[in-house]
Design a protein around this ligand. Structure first.
Ligand code: BTN
Length: 242
């Protein structure tokens, strides 16, 4: 079943009990002309998708699973989404390039949210899909998943309030000029100064070096082990370590 409600001014929410992927549903609506600020949420996704063709699996009812139609977003939209999610997750949240959001869990950082931004630039729309661990019981996850995850540690009922805050923060982030947006992103950069290793499957390219922040277009700058500067595009590359 599905229900419609408004969140704040300019937002329209469609909530589904169960769907394959909220991103697919939001993309369908966007291609049919859905307005900026249309939000698809689901209690449970049966085929949730992550970046780089990975699947995204969370226990039903424990995460905020939302896909937002954005019109006129521009190339920095994936970074804006990460900033908005990080602001929602609190002052301790860090961003792992391009847009994983991390929180401290004891001595380590764990992933509390992932962002999957997909769009049709020529048609002027994009969908920002956000999976945010609001009330995920880490102890009940498979150990290898729990080892790298984090949760806000709130209750399932608070997911609506978190979505409210997230849409407010997305409004703010989308209104920032590019330089300020990059600054906000950079102030939470989890990788700066860290050793990273990447793979670009299509180009058959791998390498490693030290992360030096992002360039004007949101690509990751890496000082490679032989001293050269490489810029990595999130569309081509995934980080194996870092
Ligand atoms: C990643 O870290 O790889 C991105 C994960 C994005 C998951 C969200 S959940 C809501 C939306 N619907 C999907 O199928 N994926 C995104």
């Amino acid at each position: 079943s599905s229900s419609e409600s408004t969140i704040g001014p300019g937002w329209r929410r469609i909530h589904l009990d169960e769907v394959g992927s909220t991103n697919d549903e939001a993309r369908r609506l966007a291609s049919e002309g859905a307005a900026h600020g249309t939000v698809v949420t689901a209690e449970h996704q049966t085929a949730g998708r992550g970046r780089q063709g990975r699947s995204w699996v969370v226990p039903a009812g424990q995460a905020l699973t939302a896909s937002i139609v954005v019109r006129g977003g521009g190339p920095l939209l994936p970074l804006a989404a990460a900033v908005a999610v990080a602001e929602t997750a609190g002052s301790e949240a860090r961003i792992k390039w391009p847009n994983d959001v991390l929180l401290p869990v004891g001595e380590r950082l764990g992933k509390v949210a992932g962002v999957l931004a997909e769009g049709r630039p020529a048609e002027g729309w994009a969908v920002v899909g956000i999976g945010l661990n609001v009330a995920v019981e880490l102890a009940a996850l498979p150990p290898e998943v729990a080892a790298t995850a984090a949760t806000l540690g709130r209750s399932p009922a608070e997911r609506d309030a978190v979505l409210d805050e997230l849409t407010r923060q997305l409004d703010v982030a989308l209104g920032l000029d590019p330089a300020t947006l990059r600054e906000r992103w950079s102030s939470r950069d989890a990788l700066r100064g860290q050793q990273v290793r990447w793979e670009a499957p299509a180009a058959g390219d791998t390498g490693s070096g030290v992360a030096e922040g992002i360039d004007d277009d949101g690509r990751l700058r890496v000082r490679t082990d032989d001293g050269a500067l490489r810029t990595l595009d999130a569309g081509d590359v995934h980080l194996v370590r870092g």
